[in-house]
Design a protein around this ligand. Structure first.
Ligand SMILES: [Zn+2]
Length: 334
């Protein structure tokens, strides 16, 4: 009997061991995201607000927000209020489009009134543009008891010299702003021109080709900057992705979210992302080229990034092709 018991005991041990080895990790453990990312959407109410009327901007915004809401993805939108006033007969639908964001539970931040670069303008003019960009946005936030608190640098231009950079930062802090850095940027604005063109012309094949290329380039950018983060600061910070208010995102942001979820990302608020200690790292980058914060940290550390992702040339060519005048301009006769 003793042997029999022992045998059972051994058998049970063996089975337990097999069970431990062969049982896949609990599902919650397996799909638990290790990475976090915050979604930010710039140039609201619409990046190409001059080429669209208020009704179209409203439709585009409705579609974009529907996906964010359905997928429970938090996002902060950054506004250029000058885009509300391109056509004074068309102001209301543009403000209504902005209101969709705040009514949908999304916070709006300031991106200057006229998308003004800090690098190409005097600091005083730039500061005025920041203040001018607050009026409607502040009201819309306030209607939902939110205090306007986030600022995003147009073109990611943070100043040509360190004194300007620091003075701008101090100015923003004094007005109650927190700067919203960017760590991930797949240049959706460059894809969006050709995409909108294809959409308008019902060219489904070109639309699909652009979307496929956009998502592939996004993958390349994430591969690159996740690794660069680890190499530079020893871990991957809570990333902040820069997107824009355009038809490409309105139609396809859900596919982008799928791609990010497959990489293990969980979507978090900007507040949570900024809690990451990475955003307190030394950053003394200055220069004519606006760039993301991982690049800025790298340059601050004296290790300028090498072999950065190469943007697909055909998309740039397409963007130039469609923005070029259809017929050559006849030179004036002497
Ligand atoms: Zn912008």
């Amino acid at each position: 009997m003793r042997i029999h018991h022992a045998a059972i005991f051994v058998a049970v041990l063996f089975i337990s061991a097999v069970a431990v080895v062969s049982t896949p990790p609990a599902r919650s453990q397996q799909s638990e995201p290790q990475r976090e990312i915050c979604i930010t959407i710039d140039d609201l109410p619409a990046a190409s607000a001059q080429a669209m009327n208020g009704a179209e901007i409203f439709d585009m915004t409705t579609k974009l927000i529907a996906t964010l809401t359905a997928q429970k993805v938090p996002a902060v939108g950054f506004v250029n209020e000058n885009k509300l006033y391109y056509d004074l007969n068309d102001v209301q639908p543009r403000i209504a489009a902005l209101r969709l964001w705040t009514d949908g539970g999304f916070e709006l931040g300031n991106h200057t009134f006229s998308h003004m670069s800090l690098n190409n303008n005097p600091l005083s003019a730039w500061e005025e543009d920041v203040v001018r960009g607050e009026s409607v946005t502040r009201l819309l936030d306030a209607q939902h008891k939110i205090k306007l608190r986030y600022f995003r640098h147009p073109f990611l231009d943070t100043g040509l010299d360190l004194e300007t950079r620091r003075q701008a930062e101090m100015f923003l802090a004094q007005r109650g702003y927190r700067i919203a850095p960017v760590t991930m940027d797949a240049w959706d604005w460059m894809f969006s021109g050709p995409y909108a063109y294809a959409r308008k012309n019902n060219d489904a094949a070109l639309q699909q080709r652009i979307v496929t290329e956009y998502l592939a380039y996004t993958t390349t950018v994430f591969d690159y900057y996740e690794k660069l983060s680890r190499d530079l600061i020893g871990y991957e910070p809570r990333q902040i992705l820069l997107l824009h208010g355009n038809w490409l995102e309105a139609d396809h942001i859900g596919e982008l979210f799928d791609l990010l979820r497959k990489r293990g990302y969980k979507f978090v608020t900007l507040e949570r992302a900024l809690d990451d200690q990475a955003y307190a790292l030394p950053n003394t980058y200055v220069g004519p080229e606006g760039m993301g914060w991982i690049d800025q940290w790298a340059i601050t550390q004296g290790k300028p990034p090498l072999h950065t992702p190469v943007f697909p040339q055909w998309v740039i060519d397409k963007a130039h092709e469609i923005s070029a005048p259809r017929e050559p301009v006849t030179p004036a006769k002497p």
